[in-house]
Design a binder for this molecule. Structure first.
Ligand SMILES: Nc1ncnc2c1ncn2[C@@H]1O[C@H](COP(=O)(O)OP(=O)(O)OP(=O)(O)O)[C@@H](O)[C@H]1O
Ligand SMILES: O=c1ccn([C@@H]2O[C@H](COP(=O)(O)O)[C@@H](O)[C@H]2O)c(=O)[nH]1
Length: 237
């Protein structure tokens, strides 16, 4: 089974805690031991937002702000690489071909951002499509996709499952400026829809939640059901 895991920066590195990063690396390694081929994409989190906020006050434009965000995602990717064992490609992959080559060699490949105008959510979706992944997992700071932002709307309800087209509709109005927050960004949602990619959005603050989701489909987040895609198959069955 080939799986791409998107690890939000707010989940991997809300602060610089080596034990937390080690926890995420352990889950990735455990999945690799189960025989999964893994691509990981790491976000920028609060540190990226702090830099973006400061540079915005200094007058940087949105593309310059995105470039700052990309730099932070790549630093976070280096943190994850530092915690992974010898099976990881030590380079942060800057494009899908390099990342795909590493996976085909049997390495775990880690990416951060690649280009302005999107977030690492879109990187993960494109990476998953490029390597024909069986599953794409978003380990984010919220336990799934809600009808509205649960941080600002107490009446927001969680989708246990939804079609990729519904995901596009729910997040269409979320702003796309550098450093914005969304469980999955709009471009990622469109790529998931196009690729008919089986996708899970879950709370990754405890990385142990990722392993049962990948191996057995057990999680409390949101399943994005591909329209016209294959039935899900689980590695452990
Ligand atoms: N409809 C929605 N459903 C769920 N979460 C939403 C929704 N709309 C906005 N959000 C916000 O999206 C946030 C999740 O994305 P966020 O970008 O903060 O974290 P991440 O995925 O860990 O990535 P990173 O921190 O690297 O940007 C949540 O904190 C939540 O407040
Ligand atoms: O391909 C990419 C990835 C990221 N960015 C910019 O970085 C920040 C932080 O990334 P997150 O995935 O949200 O953690 C993002 O808001 C963008 O501003 C990018 O431009 N391109």
């Amino acid at each position: 089974m080939r799986v791409v895991i998107s690890i939000g920066g707010s989940v991997l590195a809300p602060d610089l805690d080596p034990e937390r990063v080690e926890g995420h690396a352990s889950v990735v390694e455990a999945l690799a031991r189960e025989g999964c081929e893994i691509g990981a994409v790491v976000g920028g989190g609060g540190v990226a937002r702090d830099y973006i906020g400061a540079a915005r006050d200094l007058g940087a434009n949105e593309v310059q702000l995105d470039q700052i965000g990309i730099d932070v995602t790549r630093i976070n990717a280096r943190l994850l690489i530092a915690a992974l064992g010898p099976q990881v490609d030590p380079k942060v992959a800057h494009d899908y071909e390099d990342a795909g080559d590493a996976i085909r060699r049997g390495d775990i490949s880690v990416m951060g951002g690649v280009m302005p105008g999107q977030t690492t959510d879109a990187v993960a979706a494109a990476f998953a499509e490029y390597v024909d992944a069986d599953l794409l997992v978003y380990a984010t700071s919220v336990d799934g996709v809600f009808s509205a932002d649960p941080k600002s709307d107490p009446d927001a309800t969680k989708f246990e499952e939804m079609a990729a087209g519904e995901l596009v509709d729910v997040i269409a109005d979320i702003e796309m400026s550098a450093g914005s927050s969304a469980p999955v960004d709009l471009l990622a949602a469109k790529l998931i829809e196009r690729a008919k990619m089986r996708t899970i959005v879950l709370d990754g603050t405890d990385p142990k939640r990722i392993e049962p989701a990948v191996l057995r489909g057990e999680h409390s987040g949101t399943d994005i059901i591909p329209e016209g895609g294959d039935e899900p198959t689980y590695w452990a069955q």
